[in-house]
Write a protein that binds this ligand. Structure first.
Ligand code: PCA
Length: 124
């Protein structure tokens, strides 16, 4: 079963987490060094950068069917994000885990340190 590292709106408590329904949560994870995270407003963007740091997220085991839905939700066909394997720290260092890396322009966007914090939205 595919393993996915989610770092934004797919995390627990955020607006797209419902698409993860039925997936198995395996734990909090941290990328290896070499990434940057930007705030695009409603959602964040993870990009590779040799001089970047480590970003936190959650790892899930998902079904192939859910993975297809996630690709759709994240705009893979429109090249908004690309699903790609990325290096994580232990205990996921040896696992083949993929994440949605941002393909768009991050110039002028505010960089986030370490993680995207799920926004507190009013109930309802
Ligand atoms: N959703 C995906 C990529 C960015 C976003 O907001 C995620 O949570 O990993």
């Amino acid at each position: 079963m595919p393993l996915v590292f989610v770092y934004g709106t797919l995390k627990r408590g955020d607006c797209r987490h419902r698409f993860m329904a039925g997936s198995r949560f395996l734990g909090i994870a941290t990328t290896a060094p070499g990434f940057r995270l930007y705030n695009l407003g409603e959602y964040p963007a993870l990009v590779e950068d040799n001089s970047g740091g480590q970003i936190e997220g959650e790892v899930y085991e998902v079904s192939p069917a859910i993975l297809e839905v996630l690709d759709e939700v994240e705009g893979v066909a429109d090249s908004l994000y690309v699903r790609k394997r990325l290096p994580l720290m232990t205990p996921f260092a040896e696992s083949a885990v993929e994440a949605y890396l941002y393909e768009g322009d991050i110039r002028g966007k505010r960089e986030l340190q370490r993680r995207w914090d799920v926004p507190l939205r009013p109930p309802g």
